[in-house]
Design a protein around this ligand. Structure first.
Ligand code: HEM
Length: 501
């Protein structure tokens, strides 16, 4: 019997099997590595040389983003100039990414460094300063919710004022501009403990400049990707106006910080935000904490930032709400029915009523879903390299939560493109808040004024509808519901008529 080679020798001598084995190993290794190694190139729309996707954004960036999201899925990238921006378009992915420590920074944008000259409020600061401010502001607002007068009664006072302003129009058409004054006064009352007469010249200038600043940042935002545009005369002029307005706003704030009056002692409850700041500054000084986070200048920056973050967002939401209700008489009638049943006519609606008014609560949320005033959220930046959904995202990448995409995704909403409170009601009319409802974003940088924003919208819309039925003046056509895009999605200019009920 001829003895054949041992099996092992045959194994290695047979060239074909050798090749097959090698190929198999390489294939297995590649599959294994590709599972483990983050993918580095995110999908995304093709861009232009130098400009990237800027021309593709068009006049309504959130609409273009929606088209790209439909094509590229829950995570994709766009390029604006040389800047890569990662767009997240899925509630779970936004939640997961924004609760992780390396995605809680804000990018250092040119517009910010040029105009804000590096000032650090809560929404623009990073690192230890941001953590301290965030903890302090969240805690101070919680204390003020139970102070006397509390935040709810400050909002209620402004709603009562707005109702009087509307009553004077006596059915004649009016632009709902007074809402901006009311929302500013709510914030001033919370922060300074004082409100202003709507015809006070400094107050009017403050509100006017704030609105103008938001409008101007729409075209100035291009500077963030193309800083050399700052040399264009139009841009230079706008930057100059923005800086002047900002200086005037700070002088206005400084006057009222100085005029604030008696300083509280330890153990007393703060009456307003300035009290809380002064107490914190005193606590730090006496405990020998050596930093300037609560110096008078920094307190002014902090207050300026809270005013800018809290006024326009809530005022736009309220104005969108008035417009949408004026255009949807059926929804308005149902809300009025619930107000009549739960609150009656003798007293003003209160925040606690919201729990027994599911249709009205659903309407308030639907306003924020249907016309999210920050459709692209506020950008974050990665402070270190991180993996998101299997992709490697380098440090310093801008990350944008596509809130409008999530809030209008047919996968999460029964009526994604309709203004319909039933998006928040089950078959039995019970209220439910889907996980995809995130107009205030999610995670470590989530809006700190979320409760206040919701309360303002509920109290103002119910306060107005308790007294009036609103409509757009006949013959004026339907206002452009696409809104005016910019840093925020502003409502269009329009007029309302309010008939006393
Ligand atoms: C309907 C009203 C409002 C909406 C829709 C809204 C929405 C948002 C959104 C989307 C963000 C970005 C969160 C992120 O970066 O992930 C934000 C941040 C912020 N909001 Fe609001 N907001 C509203 C009202 C307010 C109010 C009333 C205040 C003031 C009390 C406020 C203060 C802030 C601040 C300070 C930040 C920055 C937080 C941080 O960077 O840590 N917001 N808001």
């Amino acid at each position: 019997m001829t003895s054949g080679p041992p099996l092992a020798a045959w194994w290695f001598q047979c060239p074909r099997l050798d090749y097959i084995l090698a190929i198999l190993c390489v294939a297995l290794l590649t599959t294994w590595l590709s599972r483990r190694k983050p993918k580095s190139t995110l999908p995304g729309p093709r861009g232009w040389p130098l400009l990237g996707n800027l021309p593709g954004l068009g006049r309504y960036p959130h609409s273009s983003m929606r088209r790209w999201a439909a094509k590229h899925g829950r995570i994709f990238q766009i390029k604006l100039g040389r800047q890569t921006i990662v767009v997240l378009n899925d509630p779970a992915l936004i939640r997961d990414t924004f609760t992780r420590p390396h995605c809680d920074s804000r990018p250092q944008l040119v517009l910010q460094t040029e105009v804000l000259e590096g000032d650090g409020g809560l929404s623009t600061s990073n690192g230890a300063r941001w953590r301290e401010y965030r903890k302090f502001v969240v805690c101070a607002l919680r204390q003020l919710e139970s102070a006397a007068p509390n935040i709810e009664s400050r909002i209620a006072a402004e709603v009562a004022h707005l109702v009087k302003v509307i009553a004077v129009t006596d059915g004649r058409p009016f632009a709902p501009d007074a809402v901006y004054g009311c929302m500013s006064n709510v914030m001033f009352a919370i922060l300074f403990g004082a409100r202003f007469a709507h015809d006070d010249a400094d107050f009017r200038r403050y509100v006017r400049d704030l609105r103008a600043g938001y409008r101007m940042s729409a075209h100035l935002a291009a500077l963030n990707c193309f800083p050399m545009l700052a040399r264009l005369p139009l841009m230079r002029r706008s930057l100059q106006t923005l800086s002047e307005n900002r200086r005037a706003a700070h002088a206005f704030i400084a006057d009222h910080v100085c005029d604030h009056g008696t300083v509280l002692t330890d153990g007393e409850q703060p009456r307003d935000f300035i009290d809380a700041c002064a107490m914190e500054e005193h606590r730090r000084r006496t405990s020998g904490k050596e930093d300037d986070h609560f110096s008078e200048t920094q307190i002014r920056y902090l207050i300026g930032d809270l005013l800018a973050s809290g006024i326009i967002t809530s005022a736009h939401s309220v104005v969108w709400g008035l417009l949408l209700l004026a255009l949807h008489a059926d929804v308005q009638t149902d809300v009025q029915g619930e107000i009549h049943q739960t609150v009656g006519e003798a007293r003003a609606p209160r925040v606690e009523d919201m729990a027994s008014m599911p249709y009205t609560a659903a309407t308030v949320w639907e306003v924020m879903r249907y016309r999210s005033v920050l459709p692209l959220g506020v950008p974050h930046a990665t402070s270190e390299e991180m993996q998101v959904d299997g992709y490697r995202i380098p440090a310093g990448t801008h990350v944008v939560p596509f809130l409008h995409g999530v809030l209008s995704d047919p996968a999460h909403w029964r009526y994604p493109d309709e203004f319909n409170p039933r998006n928040f009601l089950d078959e039995n009319g019970n209220l439910h808040r889907p996980a995809a409802f995130m107009p205030f974003s999610l995670g470590k940088r989530q809006c700190i004024g979320m409760r206040i924003g919701e309360q303002k919208l509920f109290l103002l819309l119910t306060g107005v509808l308790q007294r009036f039925t609103i409509s757009v003046p006949p013959g004026t056509g339907t206002p452009d519901l696409r809104g005016v895009p910019g840093v925020t999605l502003a409502p269009p200019d329009f007029q309302l008529c309010a008939a006393m009920r």
